[in-house]
Design a protein around this ligand. Structure first.
Ligand SMILES: Cc1cc2nc3c(=O)[nH]c(=O)nc-3n(C[C@H](O)[C@H](O)[C@H](O)COP(=O)(O)O)c2cc1C
Ligand code: SF4
Length: 488
């Protein structure tokens, strides 16, 4: 790592919430699902956005890093997991714990890499381009095209699994990291083989200590058995992986902020271009992919792009693991082929609202997603179709807002999240986020808040400042009367 001045060291130490604490303390989850369930951190508890148990909260993390449920008992990794049709992402985690090498091998993990290594690397790249898979981290960028850009760049390359999963309401990456750790590594290794990288990193958020431990164990096992290292599986392919832990910052899930963090800098977003595929970690061509994106890769390469494209829609091939929060009658992970209607997900498979309560809206896709009222639910689950209808699927977390939930508390939650998590790089978001919260708390008129949100959306550097105002505005459109007493 490069030498840093004292000012830079202090800048980093003051940026990350975890580094400001001498000893870890218990933290109550204040993600959207837990907040709607009434979780409030006690004075002195800085809370956590979010711990990834949205189906079973309110959750808390004790000082030893164990997640506990409302009854105080340790929360096991797995939620209820179902699939409507082929389970590309959840097949193994639905049947148990495949985090250890023996269970992973018995379930067929690493076999696709072994077969792929016997063929040219270009075959893997071609399969990924032909599959049309879109990245699951939120933006929906085609995976094959990203890999192609990195493969054709010059320099020593690096590939990164983004296990930050910061969106409150999403928990599938936590489950995959904890229960299908070798599949994450196999997807990353296929990516490295395709683009010509020898170095890989799995970045795991600080709020997921069990996921980091299991990934560390999987890396050790894979190294000891020749699935990582020099001459992977007896081939000439060399690839090794490090696990790096985050320190408590939502924006570090944004790929360029993540790169800064890995370089020992403040987790601030970088200006683009250059894109990471051209100049990423330490200036090297870099692929950053979401964990769920990578777990799809062995399936796609193993069964072929045509099999993958036969699932889903023209614009969004394959399946999506949706995360249904505890406000549903049937919460958990639901893997669906793209194209199913949102209404079917909510009313049939989610079972409607918990305890028979009506669902007034859905918080879809986290802070950069949407607030979706019932009249929008006939849209198919598909990146393109949803975008055309003004909705964003994001990473696929769905938190229902139930009859009886306080819309003002929800607005306070989102504006508080905005103010707490802005990375501070650009003024519209850095200043506007805390000003928005102050306006709400001071009882300002709705029009004043909306005018400020418009400025933030227009002037911000990254999707956090550009998109969060839209989420807040759809909340105001749906519940403004209840929040402000007047509609404008
Ligand atoms: C504020 C912000 C936070 C993000 N957080 C995450 C995250 O936690 N996990 C993730 O995979 N992508 C996150 N992203 C998207 C990443 O920047 C990037 O697009 C993604 O990791 C690429 O992987 P994919 O192509 O497989 O989706 C975030 C983006 C923004 C703007
Ligand atoms: S919009 Fe917010 S999170 Fe994004 S770069 Fe600007 S300050 Fe950072």
């Amino acid at each position: 790592m490069k030498r840093r001045s004292e000012a830079q060291e202090r800048g980093v130490a003051s940026f990350f919430a975890d580094l400001r604490e001498d000893t870890p303390r218990p933290r109550v989850c204040r993600g959207t699902a837990c907040a709607l369930a009434g979780a409030t951190p006690a004075p002195g508890d800085r809370g956590a956005y979010c711990l990834g148990y949205c189906d079973r909260g309110p959750a808390q993390l004790n000082a030893e890093g164990h997640a506990r449920g409302p009854d105080g008992a340790e929360l096991p990794p797995s939620p209820a997991i179902r699939a409507l049709g082929p389970a590309l992402v959840t097949e193994r985690v639905a049947t148990g714990d495949c985090s250890g090498l023996e269970a992973a091998r018995a379930a067929g993990v690493w076999r696709t890499l072994e077969q792929a290594l016997a063929r040219p690397a270009g075959d893997v790249l071609d399969a990924m381009i032909a599959s049309g898979e879109r990245g699951r981290g939120g933006a929906g960028f085609p995976t094959g095209r990203k890999w192609e850009a990195c493969a054709s760049a010059t320099g020593a390359k690096v590939v990164i699994a983004n296990g930050d999963e910061g969106d409150p309401g999403s928990f599938v990456d936590r489950v995959l990291l904890e229960l299908d750790s070798h599949a994450v590594l196999e997807g990353l290794a296929l990516c490295a083989f395709a683009v010509g990288a020898e170095d890989g990193i799995v970045y795991v958020r600080g709020e997921y200590p069990r996921a980091a431990e299991r990934m560390e164990r999987a890396v050790d096992e894979a190294r000891a058995t020749g699935w990582l290292g020099a001459g992977v599986a007896g081939s000439r392919f060399r690839f090794d992986v490090q696990v790096r832990r985050g320190h408590g910052s939502y924006v570090c899930g944004e790929e360029t902020a993540l790169l800064n963090t890995l370089e020992g800098l403040r987790g601030e977003v970088r200006l683009r271009p250059p894109y990471p595929t051209e100049s990423g970690l330490d200036g090297r061509p870099t692929v950053v992919n979401n964990v769920e994106t990578l777990v799809n890769v062995p399936w796609i390469v193993g069964r072929g792009p045509e099999a993958y494209k036969s699932l889903g829609t023209e614009a969004s091939s394959g399946t999506k693991a949706l995360c249904l929060a505890r406000g549903f009658a049937q919460p958990g992970i639901l893997e669906v082929p793209f194209g199913i209607s949102l209404r079917e997900v909510v009313e049939k498979h989610g079972g409607g609202g918990r305890d028979g309560r009506a669902i007034r809206a859905l918080c879809l896709g986290g802070p950069m997603g949407s607030v979706s009222p019932p009249e929008t639910w006939d849209v198919p689950v598909c990146y393109a179709a949803m975008r055309e209808s003004g909705l964003e699927l994001g990473h696929g977390g769905i938190v229902p807002v139930l009859e009886g939930n306080d819309p003002r508390a929800l607005l306070h939650h989102w504006l508080g999240f905005f103010a707490d998590e802005s990375c501070g790089k650009c003024a519209p978001c850095a200043l506007g986020s805390s000003r928005s919260l102050a306006l709400l708390e001071a009882g300002a008129a709705r029009a004043e808040l909306e005018a400020l949100l418009d400025v933030i959306a227009a002037g911000s550097l990254c999707a956090f400042g550009q998109r969060l105002p839209a989420t807040v505005k759809t909340l105001l459109d749906g519940f403004g009367d209840g929040i402000f007493g007047v509609s404008a």
